[in-house]
Design a protein. Sequence first.
Length: 344
Amino acid sequence: MLSGKSILVTGGTGSFGKAFVKTVLARHPDLKRLVIFSRDELKQFEMSQHISERDHPGIRYFIGDVRDPDRLRRALEGIDIVVHAAALKQVPAAEYNPFEAIKTNVIGAQNLIEGCLDAGVERVVALSTDKAAAPVNLYGATKLCSDKLFVAANNIRGARDLRFSVVRYGNVMGSRGSVIPFFLDRRREGVLPITDARMTRFNISLEEGVSMVLWAIENAWGGEILVPKIPSYRITDVATAIAPECRQEIVGVRPGEKLHEEMITASDSQNAVDIGPYYAILPTTRDYGVEDYLASFGGARVPAGFAYESSSNPDFLTVEQIRDLVARHVQGGELAGAPGVRRE
């Protein structure tokens, strides 16, 4: 699917974008072109010092914003595959600056859809978030809107060989602005702030997120929202894994924050199917071949009322597992076997 193709990654200088680019270049050296589209010239410069056009002739660094449809159309010329990772993602910032999040996450998504329809793109995979399921904050609401736009875009593709799909997953371990780098930075102070001791989250590594997107590029039919089967963690266990010597101070839930996250709600269950490593929430259009979809992947419908929530997930990470994952996947997270680290 990727050999000889041209790929565009929006938000390509973010945590996911960098991991995706490194993986694709390693696995598919015969790519025609790999365009990294983002609005921050400093991050592009820094990324180009490690992934240069000299070493990878197909690499292109393209400054632009998904809010700008003309710039997007220019970037999409000759592109076969798009991975859409650009978004404003910080929950408190979106609560304080709501229309800025809407302009990037919703209007930017529609700009990209229209550009892909005009440019002859073949596959589009958009990244979503667990916060888009039953959203209680503006970030989640904008990503739900984005998901709906990408799903519905399949209705207007006409005779084009073009598929729009969505991948929805939980907190990415070690991603910029997430809790693990925050705890790693604060452990020197001896106190880790905990919003609520009951809080749980889903967890996925960058590598797993990249593999899921590559799977979607190859296999997605278009119109589905793919959800991985991944473990959960308790926020207190993350704090203990990173800094068992630190005191945990309860500071209260932030505006727009849930105690637990969902990726499939009970209301979604009537359209959700189990296809092995992933669940898929299928579109509600009557002409979608659900039985053919199940036969293609050897899947089955989920039980009525099924919900996939971080607190009721049967798979929870232990403190030791979290410590090992942090040491392996997070920069600056050398914890496992460190002197003075208490084993649980």
